[in-house]
Write a protein that binds this ligand. Sequence first.
Ligand code: ZN
Length: 262
Amino acid sequence: VIRLTVLGSCGTYPAPGRACSGYLLEAGPDDGSGPSAKVWVDAGGGSLANLLALADPSELDAIWISHLHVDHVNDLPLAYYALRYGDYDRAPPILPVYGPTGWADRLGGFVTMGTSSALEDAFEARELSDGARLTIGPLELTAVATVHSVETYALRASAGGHTIAYSADSGPCDALVRLAGGADLFLCESAWASWSDDMPPHHMTPALAGRVAAQAGAAQLVLTHLRPHQDRRAALEQAGDGYGGKLGVAVEGDVYQLGGTP
Ligand SMILES: [Zn+2]
């Protein structure tokens, strides 16, 4: 079984009571026996509070940061505080954190603010590259570099014969079609309501997400990273113009499970 819970789905900035990009990805055997895995994917503002309702950061096997824009990373410093200063009987295991090149240097100074503590007290810094594969328990993860304004990695996650693809932030590109190829669930950002040819390829629109999902043969498309003011119903209509599969818009608390008993 593989399961994705939406911790935050707002693009760029949050809406009242809601959170920026964050997802809890979990996998385990269908019958509940054997190894399982929990990965927090993107740490946008507010997503840690929603994660804490489901799991303690000390229970995570890894954190995946797709890129260093604030709406995807700004709860990571708080996760460091939670692990360092949380009410634990003994220090939690050092947590592997995967991110783009140089992420630990960029965030380390901010997190530790010149004190004697260091990022390594809670996190093990690991860097992603295009095509990198990692195995975490039953989860097989592949990083796919997208076209965005900074180094960014989408995530293709498989377990038990099911696949979830997450676009991270991306403009329209062939990499997204590969990422979502044959996926059971394609979680695709749609930060821009509409497209014009003079725009840089930094984000998707609902219409573009629908086209990519159709091209990739994804069984289900879930739009995410809509800006708070974006019209969700219009987004669904636009995505549906080019895509005939199951379609939705991600909202905090939504759970998408493949395999097992929901
Ligand atoms: Zn971004």
